[in-house]
Each structure stands twice: as structure tokens, then as C-alpha cells.
Ligand binder design. Structure first.
Ligand code: HEC
Length: 335
């Protein structure tokens, strides 16, 4: 258990730059980041101005604070009332102008990020599940395949995300690439992502959706168009047949214990309620960003899913050490 938690923390440390939501890596996120900084600067400026005015008012000769300090008594004098009204009017006017300016800036940013600069050549279907993401691609030749928790994009190309949910309301947010969009059962919402350069960015469900909401992350991997085309080609293929006796036995264990929920294309396993594992070993993380994708973590997950992600819809599967070894040998081949 401690090892799993440590591994999960290490994943978070390694894949997330500090304050990763303050960075942008594409045209759908850059205007939002600039607006965020501008509004933060405005708020800080307003706080400082209010603090300075407050101190000046307290130190003004004749103010209640100044009188308390000198022991002076109040003098009834109404000549300050007109000044006070003027100051309130000026303050209201300045606030109104600043707030209207902020409103205009926000509407302009919303308009700027609403649609991609040119039509998206690729659209990807992302379906949110308690507590993972199914990602479905259609290849240029029309073939469809699914993967999980990892979205690959070609750099410099707007990609449309068609977003829905299989159960409750979730929300999709990859801060470095775009704003948030809700994933609602029975409705398809649209968003677009574009990455300026190759890299890996973390995304997260941002609508509380149950016990494992915090462990419902994903990664966006941006690749050069050539690398992306290669990735698409490899991922669209079925799994390679088992290469040795241990892997062959592993495939049989999978068919008996796991196939009701998981699909591995090219085998009899065609369950629809869980991540497609056809190219499991090629992914960076498992369990929606919770663990690094190593052989040891995969086996730990199979045996202790309920300890690593309590309440998740993957049961703990009890296997003999020999069966666990063979299953692992097969999972390792799902490149
Ligand atoms: C009752 C359905 C069910 C069964 C049976 C099941 N799983 Fe899962 N599995 C899931 C669900 C649901 C998830 C997603 C859990 C999450 O991330 O919250 C999952 C996730 C996984 C993952 C992580 C995939 C990823 O990309 O994040 C692996 C690996 C995995 N299961 C392997 C297995 C193996 C091996 C077996 C059989 C020994 C098995 N599962 C049996 C439902 C099941």
C-alpha cells in the first residue's frame, strides 16, 4: 500500500510542472492565460490602492483614529460631507470603468477561443466514465479504435474533442491547452485543443463525480505530425499474438478473468465497461494517471485496485503467483 501511494505521488511530481495551470502551450489556452494574469494584476492593484487610501484616511488630521491618538475631542463640522460624496462618486466611477473593461476583455477572450483558427482535420471522441477516460479515434481509412486516459495529437493542428459521459456529469480540463468543458450523459459537447510543440500535458476531471474524482486524470501527448501518424497506425492494429508459452497462458487467464470488462482487439476479450487494453504497455500511466505504467505497478493494480483507488469499478483479482507471472508476461507484450 505504501509503495502504491509513493508511486502515485511520484507520478504526480514527475508529470506536473509547478502550478501547471499557469502555463499555456497552444492558441486555445494562451488568451485565457493572459486574461488570468491581467485580472490577477488588476485585483492586486485594486487591493494595494484600497490599502493605501485606507492608511491615508486614517492618518488624515481630524480623523477618528488621529483624534484617538492625540486625545482630541470631536468637533462638529459638516464641511467634509461634500468631499466625502465626491470621493465616493469618483471611486464608483473608477470601479465601473475597471469592471466594464474586465467584462469586455473576458467576452473578447471567450470569442477568441470559441472556434479554432481553421477547421479541425481530426476529431477525437472522449467519453468520461467513473473514474477514467475512453478516447476513440477514427483513422483516415475509417477504422475506429479506442484507448484510455491518453490523448495523442499532432502539433500545430487544431483537434476537435467530442465530449460526453457514460454515467454522471464530469468536466474535461487540460489547463495548458484549453479551458474546461463539461461531459454530460446524453449530450455531446465540443472543444478544441491545439499544441504548439511536442510535449506531455496533464488534464483532470474538474467536476466532482464521486469517490475517485481526484484520481481521474489524463495526459495529452502532442507529437510531430509524422510521429502522430505512426502512433495512429500502430494503435489501430490488433494486439500481437502471444510470443511464448507464458504469454499464451496469460492470454487465457485474461480471457477467463478480465474479458467481461476489458477489450483486447485481436483476442476474444471484448468487454465494453473498462479501458481498452490492446496497447496497454505503450501508455505512460495507468488507472487514470494514478500509477506509472510498469510491470510491477500493473500487477499491483490487478491485485489491489481497491486499495489504490477505493470504490473504483475494477475489482481486486486474486491470482496464484504463477498465474500472476504469466498474466504479466502477456500484458507486457501489449505494446
Ligand atoms: C468488473 C470489471 C473489471 C474486471 C473483471 C477487470 N477490470 Fe480492469 N478495470 C476495470 C475498470 C472499470 C478500470 C478503470 C478503473 C479506473 O481507472 O478507475 C480498469 C482498469 C484496469 C487497468 C488500467 C488501465 C489503464 O489504462 O488505466 C488495467 C491494467 C486493468 N484494469 C487490468 C485488468 C486485468 C488484468 C484484469 C483481470 C485479471 C481486470 N482488469 C479485470 C474493470 C475491470
Amino acid at each position: 500500500m505504501r509503495a502504491s501511494c509513493e508511486a502515485a505521488r511520484a507520478v504526480r511530481r514527475s508529470s506536473m510542472p509547478l502550478a501547471y495551470f499557469l502555463h499555456s502551450a497552444g492558441p486555445a489556452a494562451a488568451p485565457v492565460r493572459l486574461l488570468g494574469w491581467a485580472l490577477a494584476a488588476l485585483c492586486v492593484g485594486v487591493c494595494i490602492a484600497i490599502a493605501v487610501l485606507l492608511v491615508l484616511a486614517m492618518r488624515r488630521p481630524g480623523s477618528r483614529v488621529a483624534r484617538a491618538r492625540t486625545g482630541e475631542h470631536a468637533v462638529v463640522d459638516n464641511t467634509g460631507d461634500r468631499d466625502a460624496h465626491r470621493i465616493v462618486a469618483i471611486g464608483t466611477a473608477i470601479s465601473t470603468v475597471l469592471l466594464l473593461g474586465a467584462l469586455v476583455a473576458m467576452l473578447r477572450v471567450l470569442a477568441a477561443v470559441a472556434d479554432p483558427p481553421r477547421a479541425a482535420a481530426l476529431s477525437v471522441r472522449v467519453t468520461a466514465y467513473d473514474w477514467w477516460w475512453k478516447v476513440t479515434y477514427t483513422t483516415p481509412s475509417g477504422a475506429r479504435f479506442a484507448t484510455a486516459n491518453e490523448i495523442h495529437l499532432p502539433t500545430g493542428e487544431p483537434v476537435q474533442i467530442d465530449l460526453d459521459s457514460a454515467d454522471v456529469i464530469h468536466a474535461f480540463w487540460v489547463p495548458a491547452l484549453a479551458g474546461k468543458t463539461q461531459a454530460i450523459p446524453g449530450q455531446v459537447n465540443h472543444q478544441w485543443l491545439e499544441a504548439d510543440h511536442p510535449g506531455v500535458w496533464r488534464g483532470q476531471c474538474t467536476q466532482f463525480c464521486g469517490a475517485q474524482h481526484a484520481h481521474m486524470a489524463l495526459e495529452v501527448v502532442a507529437q510531430t505530425p509524422g510521429d502522430f501518424a505512426h502512433w495512429l497506425d500502430v494503435q489501430s492494429r490488433p494486439a500481437a499474438p502471444p510470443a511464448n508459452a507464458a504469454a499464451h497462458h496469460g492470454e487465457q487467464i485474461f480471457a477467463a478473468q478480465c474479458a467481461a470488462c476489458h477489450t483486447v482487439r485481436g483476442t476474444r476479450a471484448d468487454g465494453a465497461q473498462a479501458p481498452d487494453l490492446t496497447h496497454l504497455a505503450s501508455r505512460r500511466l495507468i488507472a487514470a494517471g494514478t500509477l506509472a505504467n510498469t510491470s510491477a505497478n500493473r500487477l499491483d493494480w490487478v491485485a489491489h485496485a481497491q486499495r489504490i483507488k477505493p470504490g473504483s469499478l475494477m475489482p481486486d483479482v486474486v491470482l496464484t503467483p504463477a498465474d500472476a507471472h504469466d498474466l504479466s508476461a502477456w500484458l507486457d507484450t501489449l505494446q
